[in-house]
Design a protein around this ligand. Structure first.
Ligand code: BTN
Length: 325
């Protein structure tokens, strides 16, 4: 609590020093206590300059996905208002699912610096090394039926693609249903899980994994990270993960509110804008059947409509696809 207060005062005065007297007065603790709290903040990675007789100044913040940093100036109504972050977990989706079962608020977000068993689609493993990426799960409680869940996944893909473009200026695109690519390489995956009754959704967990600063050598074939794709020379700066997390939460909430206000049509239009798939030739892998086709459209429920060699149109609502180039 005192840490938060000190931090908030220093954040609002980064251009100048804040005297110890000022900090004591505003927090109600002694000079020695202020000094101890500053030390603690330094250990958490905050760079705080201390000048004798003048005071303290915040120089830089750590790129840790801690709740205070996520919530600082976050422009959302409910998403990310409650954040729980961990150093290492098996899977943030599992933690979020357990919390949702216990009845935590809609909008609760679980973050981890590392996942031991990050879950991907179709039972695959999601490579989740420490510090390089964002591993985040958001709990939502939409009033939709279970068969509408793909809409939420598509909506999340729009929010992530938009956020990556806004923060990094990289040309992020969506590959159906929910991969985000940069230069045709996968930089983000989304795994939506839910608990539902027959015809009503109890809650959903949207798991988002973004390779931000992860070195290429740690990633599987066909994948990359934002930093790798930003690299123009040999060396590139780390991309601040916290900015991406906040942007994703803001965009995800506004897409979600748009869905409840205006339905799915405007989201499909945005999805088309961020996707590079319409007209593309693809390979489709369905259980027991593989074929090539051309992407014709995406329908009002988020299914991919493809044109087969024969000219017949077919709807695909789940499965793996590969872009043919
Ligand atoms: C995919 O296969 O493309 C989906 C990958 C989803 C990975 C994220 S990382 C955060 C969340 N926790 C998990 O265990 N999985 C998702």
């Amino acid at each position: 609590m005192i840490d938060e207060k000190i931090l908030s005062i220093l954040r609002n005065n980064t251009e100048s020093y804040v005297s110890s007297e000022d900090l004591c007065e505003k927090t109600g603790v002694t000079r020695t206590a202020i000094w101890k709290h500053v030390e603690k903040l330094r250990q958490d990675g905050y760079e705080i300059e201390a000048s004798p007789h003048i005071g303290y100044r915040l120089v830089s913040i750590p790129d840790s996905l801690i709740p205070d940093e996520v919530k600082w100036k976050l422009k959302t109504k409910f998403l990310g208002r409650s954040v729980i972050s961990y150093k290492k977990v098996d899977s943030t989706n599992n933690i979020a699912y357990q919390l949702a079962e216990k009845g935590v608020k809609e909008g609760t977000v679980v973050l981890a610096e590392e996942q031991a068993k990050g879950k991907g689609r179709h039972g695959r493993l999601w490579t989740s090394p420490s510090k390089g990426g964002i591993y985040m799960s958001c709990i939502l409680k939409p009033s939709i039926t279970p068969n509408e869940i793909p809409k939420i996944t598509l909506l999340a893909a729009v929010a992530v693609a938009k956020s990556i473009r806004q923060v990094t200026a990289l040309g992020a695109t969506i590959k159906w249903p929910n991969d985000i690519q940069v230069n045709h390489k996968k930089v983000c995956g989304i795994l939506t899980e839910m608990k539902a009754e027959q015809d009503a959704v109890d809650f959903i967990v949207i798991g988002i994994g973004i390779n931000v600063n992860t070195p290429q050598k740690m990633l599987p074939r066909g994948a990359s990270s934002l930093k790798e794709e930003c690299r123009s020379g040999r060396k590139a700066e780390d991309i601040p993960r916290i900015e991406i997390v906040k942007k994703v939460l803001e965009n995800l909430e506004s897409e979600y509110l748009m869905l409840s206000k205006h339905g799915f049509d405007p989201i499909i239009e945005e999805w088309k804008h961020y996707s590079n798939m319409l007209g593309a030739r693809i390979k489709v892998a369905l259980p027991g059947r593989n074929f090539e086709a051309q992407v014709y459209d995406i329908d009002k429920n988020g299914a991919l409509v493809v044109r087969l060699e024969s000219g017949v149109l077919e709807r695909i609502s789940s499965g793996d696809i590969l872009m043919v180039r």
